[in-house]
Design a protein around this ligand. Structure first.
Ligand SMILES: Cc1cc2nc3c(=O)[nH]c(=O)nc-3n(C[C@H](O)[C@H](O)[C@H](O)COP(=O)(O)OP(=O)(O)OC[C@H]3O[C@@H](n4cnc5c(N)ncnc54)[C@H](O)[C@@H]3O)c2cc1C
Length: 509
């Protein structure tokens, strides 16, 4: 039995929702993974009269495709989709059976209209939290568009293949044999990459807003809800709705919610925003803002949105080291998200660059997975909280170097080492390792604004206690501002404050 009793009883309820017949085409050998896969498909057959199995010869063995009778959908699972991918299998069964997906009709229409052939392949690990969203998005696209196919590949079951493709981070997505992207991606982001974007006139023809929020993270979502609750015309334009929280695994400090996960948190943010009359324009990057008689906010695609007031909440992103090798080995050993990519370095040697809270937290986390962690801190001492430093010092497989300036990440196909200079002795040193996690803080996403908006030395927007900037009618909130602490709850408070500030500005002007 591959599935335990509790999962089987939950699965039974889902399988009852199937609306049509599904044929699993199974390509199996004599190996253990094939046996486990056959065990799974046989159990599915025994649980639903709508599911049947046929033997087939597919591109990979062991694998199976999920089809309608007489019609291939293009969805294939290579390996056994258990662990975090079990939900992907259940959704594939339901959607292939004809059950309507939980996606906006506009998104469904956009997928159906995509022209050209797209054969996606995604390497996953069954313990990866970010992988199922990508797998499920691509499976849905395969169900809705006959020119799109998708294969989920369990990297552990296809180790040699994953290694020959230099897969060092999951999910790693390939399309038509070429690398497409890595890390967490939403359905909208994937569509944005391959479908024609909206016409600039769609934006030019919109009526002016009272409040336009630029950025869709916690600060932007909160600002928009507060503004919309005043009954004024509100819009959000965001490059990636959800912001940094999409990359956060566990959240334990959002007061009143003991524990949640980033993507779950973003889903409820989105649901809350959609409860109001807010025009959400996702996957649109703003390139400039200018104050004329109203604010004119220009998008990368040339469209211009007009608004009486604007709240900038464009957040922040990982700061890069800027040394040779960093760009070259991204996704090939250079990583920024320990929660996401840590498991890929199991048993290997890695470095964490940065001895602040995020660096030390990352090192503690990684020490439980990898063979050895080397922490490199530029300053003369670690800057992390005392409690974290104590925990770090108690770990036997962590080595800390202070006064260490990383100068190069080296390797041939993947990361093989790191060079640093001991700033006390000026001696150059080299460490051989397989991965480098860069944890040196954040940079505000504000370079698209010109000098007329007052900013700090490192580009944070300077705000007053109403979250107002130096330009009347322009407010800012969250991680992009000079507020000293970057946290979800603080960003949301900022967003609320900025919205109330902008409402006050509107009624006075
Ligand atoms: C890995 C990780 C773990 C974290 N864990 C926690 C935690 O446990 N608890 C906690 O409280 N905080 C945590 N944080 C911090 C928290 O996520 C941030 O403080 C918070 O997300 C900031 O919200 P924000 O809305 O200001 O910015 P962001 O979340 O960065 O959102 C910015 C928004 O602006 C958009 N944007 C950027 N540039 C443009 C542009 N030019 N045009 C249009 N849109 C644009 C982005 O796409 C995004 O929608 C974590 C952060 C990370 C990275």
């Amino acid at each position: 039995m591959v599935l335990d009793a509790q999962i089987k009883s939950q699965l039974n309820q889902y399988l009852e929702l199937m609306e049509g017949d599904v044929v699993l085409k199974v390509s199996a050998g004599d190996d253990d993974v094939s046996k486990e896969m056959i065990g799974l498909t046989d159990e599915l057959v025994s649980m639903s009269p709508r599911i049947t199995v046929e033997n087939a010869q597919l591109k990979r063995t062991p694998s199976f495709s999920v089809n309608r009778p007489g019609e291939e959908t293009g969805i294939t699972f290579a390996g056994v989709p258990l662990g975090h991918e079990f939900t992907s299998l259940v959704l594939a069964l339901l959607q292939v059976s004809g059950r309507a997906p939980k996606a906006d009709q506009s998104v469904i229409d956009q997928i159906s209209k995509i022209s050209g052939e797209f054969h996606f392949e995604t390497y996953v690990s069954l313990s990866c939290h970010n992988c199922p969203d990508v797998v499920q998005a691509l499976n849905l696209m395969s169900v809705l568009n006959p020119n799109i196919t998708h294969t989920m590949i369990d990297g552990a079951a296809f180790k040699e293949e994953a290694e020959s493709n230099n897969v060092m981070a999951v999910p790693s997505v390939y399309v038509n044999g070429e690398f497409f992207g890595g890390g967490r991606m939403t359905l909208e982001e994937i569509i944005g990459e391959i479908a024609d974007g909206p016409d600039p006139d769609e934006f030019n023809n919109k009526d002016p807003y009272d409040v336009l929020v630029v950025g869709g993270g916690p600060a932007g979502a909160s600002a928009a809800i507060y503004a919309a609750r005043k009954g004024i015309r509100t819009g959000i334009v965001a490059e990636r709705f959800g912001g940094q929280v999409l990359d956060t695994m566990s959240i334990e400090n959002f007061i009143s919610v003991k524990q949640t996960e980033g993507p779950k948190f973003v889903a409820s943010l989105e649901e809350h925003v959609k409860d109001y009359n807010i025009d959400v324009m996702n996957l649109q990057r703003v390139s400039s803002i200018e104050k004329k008689d109203q604010f004119e906010v220009e998008l990368d695609n040339g469209g211009v949105l007009k608004s009486k007031s604007v709240i900038v909440s464009t957040g922040a992103r990982w700061r890069q080291l800027g040394v040779p090798g960093e760009e070259e080995f991204k996704n090939k050993g250079v990583a920024y998200c320990p929660h996401c990519d840590g498991p890929l370095f199991e048993g290997k040697d890695v470095a964490v660059i940065g001895g602040g809270n995020s660096g030390v937290e990352a090192a503690i986390d990684l020490a439980g997975i990898v063979n050895n962690v080397t922490v490199l801190e530029f300053g003369s001492e670690l800057k992390a909280d005392e409690v974290l430093q104590k925990r770090l010092n108690s770990l036997s497989n962590v080595t800390v170097h202070t006064n260490a300036q990383t100068t190069e990440i080296t390797g041939s196909d993947n990361v093989e080492g790191l060079t640093y200079v001991d700033r006390e002795t000026q001696e150059e040193k080299h460490v051989e390792l397989d991965g480098v996690f860069v944890q040196i803080g954040l940079v505000p996403n504000t370079e698209w604004m010109d000098d007329s908006v007052e900013q700090s030395r490192i580009g944070e927007v300077v705000v007053d206690k109403h979250n107002a900037t130096n330009i009347p009618g322009l407010f800012a909130a969250g991680d992009c501002t000079d507020s000293p602490n970057n946290q979800i709850i603080i960003s949301m408070g900022d967003g609320a404050n900025a919205a109330l500030g902008s409402f006050d500005y509107l009624i006075r002007n």
